[in-house]
Design a protein. Structure first.
Length: 366
């Protein structure tokens, strides 16, 4: 069986979709020695990032086929989402299974599968740019009509697909993403080195994802300002302005490999998002032994199980109470840390890849 996978989203380094695709491809290559894979991507300004990743993957398994094309995403959207011309077979030759990206749906004779991470463009369009909404809706129209199988990151996303797009439930398979192996509890000395690098002082609460308004930063900051404790709030990934305070530390960019140490050193990871299709940072924090406060929206309650302190993300008072409770109740903190480790072990890229390989094979046999 020959499987073609569009890995173009690799070009958007640091994003959730890029990390998902990168980790999935590596796990597939390591776990599937039977089937043939063709990994391909297209970009204009970021083609070099795709080429580097494809070269790295080829070094793991020389049998892999790799292709890249100097085509901007806007042109890909016009050719394949809008006009829906020029088939995948004309581009790549004969294939059996086509796994599309979350941005473009290419016409193909092959059996088709795709991954849908969330339906934020339908449920909360105010959080997305107009161009993103239009492109994603064009793609989802093609997906709804053509894909035999849709992979969803969570039961929550599967429910959204059924309720919003009226897709048949039996065509949607839930496969949880895994967590990269770099996420683990770091020693105190290792954490101290990273904290010194970013000039962070203990103790601190950690917040990640401030570039996206649905991450709920404004309520987190408002809640934090009402606390009377000698603790710092560390915010990673900021595009909007936050009033400067001695106990609020803003870091625009970090080295990805430093993130586990930041989780490991944090007293609380606060992630009261208004909507998620999965919520990977919650599991990353748990892997690193950090107690988590998160919300009851989207997939977050499902993914965190009974291993996080759950709040109503639209209630500033609920966020304040959660921070106070987890910060002051040492027994609760230890309980959340222990359960967090146990919960995080559910999410493993090798397990996820094996499930997806099985889905490929079942689709091929149909």
């Amino acid at each position: 069986m020959k499987i073609a996978i569009d890995i173009s989203q690799i070009a958007y380094e640091g994003t959730g979709v890029a990390n998902y695709m990168r980790n999935l491809v590596i796990a597939l290559v390591k776990n599937d020695k039977k089937n043939d894979y063709l990994f391909f991507g297209y970009s204009l300004r970021k083609k070099h990032l795709i080429d580097k990743f494809l070269t790295d993957i080829k070094s793991i398994n020389s049998r892999l086929e790799i292709r890249s094309f100097p085509l901007p995403q806007s042109a890909a959207d016009f050719i394949w989402n809008r006009k829906h011309i020029f088939s995948l077979e004309r581009l790549l030759g004969s294939i059996d299974i086509y796994h599309s990206s979350d941005w473009i749906q290419i016409p193909a004779r092959a059996k088709k599968i795709t991954t849908v991470h969330d339906l934020v463009i339908y449920k909360y369009p105010e959080y997305s740019a107009k161009r993103i909404i239009e492109t994603q809706k064009r793609r989802m129209n093609r997906v709804s009509a053509e894909c035999q199988i849709i992979l969803a990151d969570s039961e929550s996303t599967r429910n959204d697909l059924v309720e919003v797009l009226h897709l048949p439930q039996n065509s949607i398979k839930v496969v949880y993403p895994g967590v990269h192996e770099i996420f683990k509890k770091f020693s105190r000395n290792s954490v101290s080195k990273i904290l010194s690098k970013y000039r962070i002082r203990r103790p601190y609460f950690l917040f990640i994802g401030a570039n996206d308004p649905r991450k709920n930063l404004k309520r987190v900051v408002a809640a934090f300002k009402k606390l009377k404790y000698s603790v710092q709030l560390v915010i990673i990934g900021l595009s909007e302005k936050i009033a400067s305070r001695s106990n609020i530390k803003v870091i625009n960019n970090i080295v990805g490999s430093d993130l586990p140490a930041l989780y490991s050193g944090a007293s609380i990871f606060i992630y009261p998002s208004l909507y998620e299709g999965f919520g990977l940072p919650v599991i990353e924090a748990m892997k690193c032994g950090c107690p988590v406060i998160t919300s009851n929206r989207g997939s977050l309650k499902e993914v965190s199980g009974n291993s996080a302190y759950i709040v109503d993300p639209e209630s500033e008072e609920a966020i304040i109470n959660a921070l106070v409770k987890v910060w002051t109740d040492n027994i609760l903190r230890k309980k959340l840390i222990k359960k967090g480790y146990q919960n995080a072990n559910r999410f493993n890229w090798s397990t996820s890849a094996k499930k997806i390989i099985q889905i490929y094979e079942e689709l091929y046999e149909k």
